[in-house]
Write a protein that binds this ligand. Sequence first.
Ligand code: NZQ
Ligand code: ZN
Length: 386
Amino acid sequence: MQNFTFYNPTKILFGKGQIASITQEIPLNQRVLITYGGGSIKQNGVYAEVMAALAGYTVFEFAGIEPNPTYETLMEAVRVVKEQRIDFLLAVGGGSVIDGTKFIAVAALFEGEPWDILAQHAPIVRALPFGTVLTLPATGSEMNSFAVVTRRASQDKLAFGHPLVFPRFSVLDPSTTLTLPPRQIGNGVVDAFTHIMEQYLTYPVNAPVQDRFAEGLLLTLIEEGPKALATPDNYEVRANVMWCATLALNGLIGAGVPSDWATHMIGHEITARYGLDHAQTLAIVLPNTMAVQRNQKRAKLLQYAARVWNLTSGGEDERIDAAIAKTREFFEYMGVKTYLRGYGIGPEAVAVVLQQLERHGLTALGEHQDVTLVTSRTILERCVAA
Ligand code: NZQ
Ligand code: ZN
């Protein structure tokens, strides 16, 4: 096992009715800004529940944080934070609202041009405190210190991370997820699945705890994901999916093991240029990363084949191919298409995405930094075909 430091200060308030508990987490004298997206929380009653909980507070709101949150929109929120002298942010929504709120928390106290936080890795020294009410299990943003922000004008989708942007608390009430449309249920499961894979499917470092955790989470998603689609009003299923997605990217399973992230980096560039949902890009790229990197990942691919898909007979490459096919089938079953063509995108995307990767210096990805532009090209060429 590799050396590691594990730190995660986010308090989780899990279960039905937990939105009411946020009053215990935010001091009453705070001026609170609620941030949210396009209005799903107004339709499903989550907004009303949050407002009821915050009845005694001075509350402001900022709506309209879009999927793949943009710098342009978030800077409007920064203006509100400054004008209204906000003390505490409360993100209510999915990964985009939470990521956007992390950026607002830092940008509001940043001296200089906040885009530099993403583009130049400018040092972060302060952030406003914030909590979250998660309504879409997928990204793990509710219990991690990362955020991804897009600059619309330049089509840059970039990430930053800092311990100051761990949420103070996150409410995970699975009943808030019952109104998710099938597309977002599928997206969430595919995103969480890929987070686990990018920390698991590298090379062995004798870390059986992390491996078994990862395999347990993968198996849970394979079992529960389809149930979330088939029985959309089943609270227990949503509870298991929700906790699974949080544990997939809260630092636990990635501590002490190598990680890959090539699929995510390539996927972010596809979203930046073509606007696909985050998880759609992962469903396209991951099976091809697995196939192209099969030699470097051979030992873990065989372990994955055996322990997750019960594929134990046949030659090595046969088992690996079968495991990749199972992965693709699972994504498709969750309603997420796995080829660019399925989204109306043709072979011209290969050069476009490669150019984006080059522009962002993403030329040595993966656990061995051997996913060069040449390798990314091979992966992307396989993404086109149907
Ligand atoms: O905007 P509203 O009206 O709320 O609708 C949203 C949005 O249209 C809707 N939705 C959310 N909860 C709902 C709901 N609809 C009905 N009922 C509910 N309970 O779902 C749509 C998508 O929401 P979004 O927040 O964009 O999805 P997701 O959670 O998948 O977040 C994606 C973003 O997170 C980033 C992605 O790159 C992308 O920008 N990621 C963040 C990570 C992190 N912070 O660690 C890691 C991930 O790999 C990922 O990169
Ligand atoms: Zn992701």
